[in-house]
Design a protein around this ligand. Structure first.
Ligand SMILES: Nc1nc2c(ncn2[C@@H]2O[C@H](COP(=O)(O)OP(=O)(O)OP(=O)(O)O)[C@@H](O)[C@H]2O)c(=O)[nH]1
Ligand SMILES: [Mg+2]
Length: 475
């Protein structure tokens, strides 16, 4: 019996403000797993160094880490998990650029899947959600500790138009228990647009001086999230319960990460195949926090939900991603039709996908996100105007350059004409000389012929004279 395992890709992207621990978190998440391929940009970076925007722009795959595939005999799937590290926003002071960079990246990945198998939608992708090698399945959005900024909500809203977004509270070690409970509650209020009841809301503890049993809600953020139609991804309660996420351990998950590792010997655990299993830890004067300890951080819960291949949560995420790929396919084909590359069924005969700019789709996502936020819309518009102006001035420069080239050519044509005239004169003079020489030659030839005739006549005359004198002598 032939056993066919469907390659299934779960691509997890980490995004958020710079310095919140995304790269460190990936290092902690992959710690005990077999890595199949680690992008050069990721492996070359020193621990704690900023993830390079230029490395990302040159090749996003250089910041991708792929784990060795895991075969799931029950579902007949071959699970390929990967983590995409991203340069955090804040590097570029123009945040609209950061927004556009991440949106463009997400669309580009879908486009790559479209080229391979119409974004996982062809007949040979028999199991929905499988075979989307490049498309990002889910984005872990790192929320800064204690305060989510409007730009965080805007980024999350824009990204959630393309992939599932799971907000994650970064650097959870900076909270007291009460602060963390309050901050979680605050985020939930915004995520649920201010509606008080949420099935996943943890019971709220009261804090001193709190209004309505807790910290005052952030009404501006709630309004903004409502305006942006922010939608974050929610796991099913069944799946949360399965990984032991209950009580105070509910989303948004709060994580701790660390670059420092205890070796297997130090923690007293034998390493895998003789190797060393690092245990991340954060050492403080008052104690030690372990990122992979359930009591200290939600990292393990998150890892189980995202990478537990037998877990239904992953399959829900894949279904979500597949539906989004379906939407992308339609939007992209509409774009191709507008560019005359698509004939309604697919790629028009003789047409390739090369050179089709995703910019209209990027602008659409950014503008639809910022529909309610006039400030960002203005920024986007002014960006657009700036781009048009730049294009205009570039076109003007190109025009001036081609006019200069034209003038230069004109000058060269004139000079060439003059040279041709002078050559023509020289040619005429040379042909006069040739004519003259030819006449002289004819003359010389004629005189040579005359000379020859004369010599023949003289010889003949001499012969006659000799004959005559001979005859006289004989007489
Ligand atoms: N207190 C605390 N510090 C952390 C935690 N995780 C990471 N850090 C530290 O935060 C700093 C930045 O971590 P990175 O992983 O480089 O942050 P990043 O989000 O990848 O940053 P960019 O690449 O600039 O986007 C490093 O010094 C880490 O040691 C955490 O959970 N708690
Ligand atoms: Mg980084």
């Amino acid at each position: 019996m032939v056993s066919l395992a469907y390659p299934t890709y779960v691509n997890i992207m980490l995004y958020g403000e710079s310095g919140l621990g995304k790269t460190t978190c990936i290092r902690n998440l992959i710690g005990s797993w077999l890595v199949q391929r680690c992008g050069s940009g990721f492996s070359a970076a020193t621990a704690g160094a900023k993830t390079s925007l230029s490395a990302f722009r040159a090749d996003p795959d250089s910041l991708r880490i792929q784990l060795a595939p895991i075969r799931d005999a029950t579902s007949n799937l071959e699970m390929h998990f990967s983590f995409q590290d991203m340069p955090g926003w804040g590097d570029d002071i123009n945040l609209v650029n950061s927004l556009k960079t991440v949106v463009h990246f997400l669309l580009k990945q879908r486009q790559r899947d479209y080229r391979e198998n119409r974004a996982g939608q062809t007949e040979h992708c028999a199991v929905p959600g499988t075979m989307m090698r490049h498309g990002i399945t889910v984005c872990l959005y790192f929320v800064p500790p204690h305060r989510a900024k409007p730009i965080d909500w805007i980024m999350m809203a824009a990204i959630s138009k393309l992939v599932a977004v799971i907000p994650v509270i970064a650097k959870a070690d900076t909270f007291t228990d009460q602060e963390l409970a309050d901050f979680r509650q605050e985020l939930l209020q915004v995520i649920h647009h201010g509606s008080s009841s949420s099935s996943s809301s943890p019971p709220r503890k009261s804090s001193p001086g709190a209004v309505d049993g807790g910290k005052q809600q952030p009404p501006e953020a709630v309004g903004l999230a409502r305006e942006l139609c922010l939608e974050t991804y929610s796991f099913r309660e069944r799946d949360l319960a399965m990984v032991g996420a209950d009580g105070s351990r509910l989303p948004p998950f709060a994580i701790v990460a660390s670059q420092e590792l205890l070796t297997a010997q130090q923690v007293g655990q034998p390493g895998l195949e003789g190797g060393e299993v690092g245990q991340p830890f954060r050492q403080y004067r008052w104690g030690t926090a372990f990122p992979l300890h359930r009591g200290h951080s939600d990292l393990v819960i998150l890892k189980q939900l995202l990478c537990g291949h037998r877990n239904l949560a992953v399959h829900d995420l894949l279904q979500d991603s597949w539906r989004r790929a379906f939407t992308f396919r339609h939007q992209y084909e509409a774009l191709l039709r507008r560019a005359g590359r698509c004939d309604g069924i697919g790629l028009a005969p003789g047409q390739s996908l090369g050179g089709v700019s995703l910019q209209p789709l990027v602008d659409e996502v950014c503008c639809s996100t910022c529909g309610g936020t006039s400030e960002l819309q203005d920024k986007l518009r002014s960006e657009e105007a700036k781009r048009t102006l730049t294009d205009l001035s570039r076109a003007r420069e190109a025009l001036a350059r081609s006019a200069a080239v034209e003038q230069e050519l004109h000058q060269q044509v004139k000079t060439a004409g003059r040279e041709a005239d002078s050559l023509r004169g020289q040619l005429q003079a040379a042909s006069g000389v040739i004519e003259h020489l030819r006449a002289e030659l004819e003359e010389a030839r004629a005189s040579r012929q005359q000379k020859g005739k004369l010599a023949a006549w003289l010889a003949k005359d001499k012969q006659q004279q000799q004959q005559q004198s001979q005859q006289q002598r004989s007489r």
